[in-house]
Write a protein that binds this ligand. Structure first.
Ligand SMILES: NC(=O)c1ccc[n+]([C@@H]2O[C@H](COP(=O)([O-])OP(=O)(O)OC[C@H]3O[C@@H](n4cnc5c(N)ncnc54)[C@H](O)[C@@H]3O)[C@@H](O)[C@H]2O)c1
Ligand SMILES: O=C(O)C(=O)C[C@@H](O)[C@H](O)[C@H](O)COP(=O)(O)O
Ligand SMILES: [Zn+2]
Length: 351
């Protein structure tokens, strides 16, 4: 698997000329169809026949129902084992498209062309594919590498600010678990915009790729990439359930505040480090209103986290800025205190 900045689409074209799929299917959502597909079609040079598949945008589409429709479309349009799926979109498209490709006819090839910051830095890389079920995030899925990830950074020009900010949270996470200098570079930005974040995309891609290359199936160090997600996914699930969606990265930002606080409660980091991290995250992110969510509801969702073993919640926490740890079991008292700390912060969110 390669993931590479492809500013001229030359690497995609080279790939297509060598892979020689029988047919190409381009999966996009309504926004990437409007803003990204025209650029791809203008630059893609191939005689191989292709079909475009468009779905509605949003996390609600990452379901078995959509996957079923996509399997049916692939079959109706004659996709065979040598066909190629190009996932053109954010993390919803790369997760869903990767899942559909990796299961259709026991697996066809797919490549990711991420169009959101989050997908460029995180979701398109590493081969975790999946769908949500009963509001549980990514509870059904596969580990399946795309053949390649082609990153065309100019796609970010049309990305709404809230989505850019969502992707930035995963970049902050990469700094917190693996690179103090990456964290410091990102924390020192005065605002999130395309020009400001672009120089740091490559570093985030490399951190993610390096971790995944050591532990593809998440048996050990890959769990560090899940920092902020045990509580973050529970929060995201409850927003999803009540029908007021919060972008994945915003939920992860909230989860990272809770799990930073928890790291301190567990004596893994000192208060100065805790406050530095939390203040930095709060500089960029509004505090989500989680008042309606009970501790019981959140903990019950965490009980389904994929990192858990033998009925115990295994957290991925930090032991310093730039150092992630995993398989950490906390007490229910400390988990609740961390969530309540977050709940007590002044609310400035519109969610
Ligand atoms: N597999 C992984 O390793 C991994 C990692 C992180 C997140 N994820 C998953 O990724 C998903 C979140 O990804 P996301 O934040 O990209 O969400 P998304 O795919 O829903 O994209 C966010 C929004 O931006 C729009 N969009 C995307 N690119 C655009 C562009 N260039 N111009 C205009 N609009 C554009 C989309 O249509 C959508 O409305 C979640 O489901 C999360 O669980 C997976
Ligand atoms: O690639 C990984 O591993 C990650 O944990 C990256 C996360 O940012 C991402 O949200 C991932 O989809 C979460 O995986 P899950 O196994 O907790 O569903
Ligand atoms: Zn994530």
């Amino acid at each position: 698997m390669i993931s590479i900045l492809d500013t001229q689409f030359s690497l995609l074209n080279l790939y297509l000329s060598e892979a020689l799929p029988t047919k190409i299917f381009i999966l996009c959502d309504e926004n990437t169809n409007e803003y990204c597909l025209p650029t791809l079609l203008l630059n893609m040079q191939t005689d191989i026949p292709f079909e475009i598949i468009e779905i509605e945008a949003g996390e609600e589409m990452k379901t078995i129902e959509t996957a079923t429709q996509l399997w049916e479309i692939l079959a109706d349009f004659g996709a065979d084992r040598k066909s190629l799926l190009i996932n053109l979109g954010g993390g919803v498209i790369t997760d869903l498209g990767g899942f559909v490709a990796s299961t259709y006819k026991r697996g066809i090839r797919f490549v990711n062309m991420p169009t959101s910051l989050l997908a460029m830095c995180d979701a398109s890389i590493g081969g975790k594919t999946g769908i949500d079920h009963q509001f549980l995030k990514n509870v059904v899925g596969t580990f399946a590498h795309p053949e390649a990830v082609f990153v065309y950074p100019n796609f970010l020009d049309s990305l709404p600010f809230v989505e850019l900010r969502s992707g930035f949270a995963e970049m902050l996470k990469h700094g917190l678990i693996a690179s103090r200098s990456h964290w410091e570079n990102l924390s020192s930005l005065s605002e999130i915009n395309v020009a400001a974040v672009s120089p740091y995309i490559k570093e985030s891609m490399m951190i993610k790729e390096k971790v995944v290359s050591i532990d593809f199936k998440e048996e050990n160090i890959r769990k560090t990439l899940n920092f902020g997600h045990t509580i973050g996914h529970a929060i995201e699930s409850l927003f999803l359930e009540q029908g007021s969606l919060v972008p994945h990265g915003e939920a992860v930002a909230a989860g990272m505040i809770c799990e930073t606080y928890l790291s301190c409660l567990e004596g893994l980091i000192n208060r100065e480090t805790r406050d530095n991290i939390i203040n930095t995250i709060r500089k960029f992110y509004p505090v989500l209103n989680i008042q309606n969510f009970t501790d019981e509801a959140l903990i019950s969702l965490m009980a389904n986290d994929k990192k858990n073993t033998s009925g115990k919640i295994n957290f991925s926490l930090i032991s310093a800025v730039g150092s992630g740890i995993y398989d950490y079991q906390s007490t229910e008292k400390n988990i609740i205190e961390s969530i309540e700390f977050y709940g007590s912060l002044p609310k400035d969110s519109f969610y």
